[in-house]
Design a protein around this ligand. Sequence first.
Ligand SMILES: [Fe+2]
Ligand SMILES: [Fe+2]
Length: 181
Amino acid sequence: MQARGPLMIEHRLIERMLSVIKEALAKIEEKKEVDPVFVDIAVDFIHVYADRTHHGKEEDILFRELKNRPLSTEDRRVMNELIEEHVFGRQTTGALVAANTRYRKGDKTALADITTQLQTLIDFYPRHIEKEDKVFFPSSRAYFTDKEDQTMLREFWEFDRKMIHEKYKLLVEGFEPKSER
Ligand SMILES: [Fe+2]
Ligand SMILES: [Fe+2]
């Protein structure tokens, strides 16, 4: 498998989650109410899987490696655009969390913000994925030898290996008083 393999497999699961969110959004709009626990679960998926695990491999390994290579002007431009889109994704998720908190506290105007942020995610994310799958991953592959690509793949697996431990360590730490850490 090439290094981009796991990234593309992850894209497929992210797309499936976006379909789930899309269906949920239609029901939210129809009923004019939302289950805040569903939003929590969607946020957890986006935060831990899409952002930390997936964007983590892209930014901390693939893009890090590419930064030291003689990228064409176009490839560098696309890479910077992808990084900006990751930031935008984080901002959208942050706004979604804030709206969900307001909704839980009984602020009914928060519902419109929740639907806006969910809609933003399902509109923007597939375009980001397509740009990586069809444009950036194929063109950036040319900057690596087969051996370098395989080294990067191993680093991806190692990155993934740590993720489940990080998630639950943070969860426990979130419950502990700060002085015990
Ligand atoms: Fe990305
Ligand atoms: Fe990606």
